[in-house]
Design a protein around this ligand. Structure first.
Ligand SMILES: Nc1ncnc2c1ncn2[C@@H]1O[C@H](COP(=O)(O)OP(=O)(O)O)[C@@H](O)[C@H]1O
Ligand SMILES: [Mg+2]
Length: 317
């Protein structure tokens, strides 16, 4: 009575969080804030430190240094308190081979002490929303990798939680199952759930996430909304030019600013630029004054995947 509930703004707040294995620094002093009720994408290439970060946040491994506050709880002091309030789907599969799909869901609900009636309803709901109804009686061992993954994600929704961690949940899913899973997750966030989602696929993060952090070699190299990431890095276009004579085009064009040569076969040249119009004009001028006939040319936006790779590449330089 009279005591004010403090309103939680961030489901995750971490400061200088790090993890070392011997001399090797897997996560190198990262800072992050994840707003409550949002889908946060943690994006990075293989080996970047995504799983290690997730294991620390879910209190499965202790950090080597730094602070973390999960759902308002000190993650170093009270890991068990956190575990009761979160859901975790790890990267490596975990399942009981002889259990059927429906029994797997049922058993998981029992483990979390979900009341029988609610449990039964949720099983039916999840069998439908994860497109598992046709294989409900099948044993886990007889499922495809994608089906098993769907069961593994579905069962996490058997219990109530405030924060869900998903480590590359779409690996092994075909495009339609992948889209189905992403859409299901999107729907759940409307009910106030916060999701921390790792992936190495930028398109996926862009489709699903409100905010994205890019991690590489244990360090965070960008944090932004997908739209801002695209704005910052996505103005870039790829220009492709075919000429009919073998020429050393790279050296002809070397003086043009903001023009990165991607590929030069002598007759086909690919360059990238964030000022493609000026650059294209320059290229055509130089080629014309050197009497190099142009056979064909195209200008296309650089794909998100390439942007992601170039952000990561620049951070390695
Ligand atoms: N238990 C461990 N012992 C030693 N090195 C580890 C251990 N776990 C992870 N690593 C290393 O830490 C780095 C980050 O791994 P991880 O977090 O799994 O990356 P990601 O999930 O982004 O692919 C990798 O170089 C990996 O080999
Ligand atoms: Mg991983």
């Amino acid at each position: 009575m009279g005591r004010k509930e403090s309103i939680l703004l961030y489901s995750i707040e971490i400061n200088s969080l790090s993890k070392s294995y011997g001399d090797f620094i897997a996560v190198d002093g990262i800072d992050l804030k994840v707003e409550k009720g949002k889908i946060f994408g943690f994006l990075g290439p293989n080996g970047a430190g995504k799983t290690t970060t997730m294991k620390m946040l879910t209190t499965l491994i202790p950090p080597s240094g730094g602070k973390m506050n999960i759902l308002g709880i000190d993650g170093i002091k009270s890991p068990l308190e956190i575990r009761k309030k979160i859901g975790v789907v790890l990267q490596q599969p975990s399942y009981e081979p002889t259990l059927s799909v429906e029994k797997s869901l049922e058993k998981y609900g029992m483990m979390w002490n979900v009341e029988k009636k609610i449990r039964k309803n949720r099983v039916e709901e999840l069998l439908i929303s994860f497109d598992l109804a046709d294989i409900r009686k099948k044993k886990n061992d007889d499922l495809s990798i994608g089906q098993r993954r769907r069961v593994q994600v579905a069962r996490e929704f058997m219990h109530d939680m405030e924060l869900l961690f998903l480590d590359e949940p779409t690996v092994g899913l075909d495009p339609s199952a992948r889209r189905g899973l992403l859409d299901f997750i999107k729907g759940k966030v409307k009910d106030g759930l916060t999701i921390f989602f790792t992936t190495h696929i930028l398109e996926e993060a862009e489709y699903l996430c409100d905010d994205i952090a890019i991690i590489n070699k244990g360090k965070i190299i960008a944090v932004d909304t997908p739209a801002d990431l695209k704005n910052k890095f996505g103005r870039e276009k790829t220009i492709k030019i075919h000429v009919s004579e073998q020429k050393d085009m790279s050296s002809l064009l070397s003086g043009i600013p903001d023009c990165t040569v991607e590929h030069d076969s002598g007759t086909v040249l690919t360059v990238r630029s964030s000022q493609s119009e000026q650059v294209l004009q320059e290229i055509l001028k130089i080629l014309a004054s050197n009497h190099v006939p142009v056979e064909d040319l195209s200008v296309v936006p650089t794909s998100l995947e390439e942007i992601f790779l170039s952000v990561v590449k620049n951070s390695n330089a």
